[in-house]
Design a protein around this ligand. Structure first.
Ligand code: A2P
Length: 340
């Protein structure tokens, strides 16, 4: 990175992802000149720490971005839709973690290991969208398979942790688990059913076609990031009682002949990936190992014996880090060093 330093803002700084964004900026030594921490009026009076300094949280307002050069947003789609254009009007580039702008044709949707070149398009609206957490970790290995074998179809089932829903959901799993093991009544506020000791085949709302919004995000975002609308994608997204780390079972069918052993070699040294694939020794990707670090763990790579050209794999990644905050800060690094 160049020596240039940036005035940065984090919108949604008090949330699960926003908080991790602050930590990632710190951990990755992002060249921060000044930092503004923004949230709703509810958070006025709170203080958060950046590089050992206690910084008061400010209310996100129309004029919050004056003098700011890069803003990382994770405060919900409505907030992004409203405030991101205001930020750009004040000369601030926005990296947005919400779903608000992802499918806008004038907004690049970026995973740095996959399509960093798309960042150049940010000038159209001043916004770069961070994809959905489940999509990010899936395309990190699949881009290599697509480049070498051309993907025909992806069938994915997710096992998503509650942290993806935000802080209230983390509390809900904790409280329900504690209540159940103490034979106390269970309260339910965030999810439509009990999440403790259960799996919910619903993430976000149901759409006209009976898929959930999360499932269709995986379909549409994968095609946009891999820049190929011909890829067939079908998804079942499931919330599981895990605090941090999403896991996914992925079946890929390709046009070119594909061998599991070649895929292991292809992915062994690929950027952002750690191959964990010694199943007989009990070594395969686990959410508990994925949590707290930035690599996408890939394993259980094996031939799909039911089709001529297909493989199966199991992957896990930290949904708050690589699935959100780290990916956003990686984008900021490229934006800052190449485009600002
Ligand atoms: P606040 O803590 O003040 O409510 P999470 O996804 O973990 O629930 O976090 C959501 C983040 O988005 C929080 O920082 C929250 O701030 C922020 N947020 C939600 N709604 C707004 C809003 N209307 N304006 C600004 N920040 C918001």
């Amino acid at each position: 990175m160049s020596e240039r330093k940036f005035n940065v803002a984090v919108a949604g700084a008090t949330g699960a992802v926003g908080n991790q964004m602050i930590k990632c900026l710190e951990e990755r030594n992002f060249p921060v000149k000044s930092i503004k921490l923004l949230a709703s009026a509810r958070s006025i009076g709170r203080k958060l720490t950046f590089r050992g300094e206690s910084i008061p949280v400010e209310e996100l307002k129309e004029d919050s971005f004056k003098g700011v050069e890069i803003a990382l947003f994770s405060a919900g789609a409505g907030t992004s839709l409203k405030f991101a254009p205001m930020a750009y009007k004040d000369g601030c580039a926005v990296i947005d973690n919400s779903s608000g702008w992802r499918m806008d044709p004038e907004v690049p949707l970026v995973v740095p290991e996959v399509n960093p070149h798309a960042i150049a398009q940010y000038t159209k609206k001043g916004i770069i969208a961070n994809p959905n957490c489940s999509t990010i970790q899936m395309v990190v290995p699949l881009v290599h398979i697509h480049k070498k074998y051309k993907i025909k179809r992806i069938v994915v089932s997710t096992y998503q942790s509650v942290s993806g829903t935000g802080k209230k959901a983390i509390d809900e799993l904790f409280d329900q688990t504690r209540a159940l093991i103490n034979f106390l009544p269970v309260e339910r506020k965030v999810y439509p059913h009990r999440i403790a000791f259960n799996c919910l085949p619903q993430i976000d709302v149901f759409l006209e076609n009976d898929y959930t919004k999360e499932e269709m995000k995986m379909v549409n975002e994968t095609r946009k990031i891999l820049e190929d609308n011909s890829i067939g994608v079908t998804a079942t997204t499931v919330r599981v009682p895990v605090f941090f780390g999403h896991s996914e079972s992925i079946n890929v069918e390709t046009y070119e002949p594909i061998k599991a052993s070649d895929v292991k070699d292809l992915l062994r040294n690929a950027p952002g990936i750690k191959l964990v694939d010694e199943p007989k020794k009990g070594l395969y990707p686990l959410a508990i190992d994925a949590a707290g670090q930035d690599l996408t763990l890939v394993g259980r790579i094996r031939q799909d014996e039911s089709v001529p050209n297909g493989i199966n794999m199991w992957i896990a990644a930290d949904n708050i880090r690589k699935g959100a905050a780290t990916n956003a800060v990686q984008i900021a690094e490229i934006l800052g060093s190449k485009y600002l």
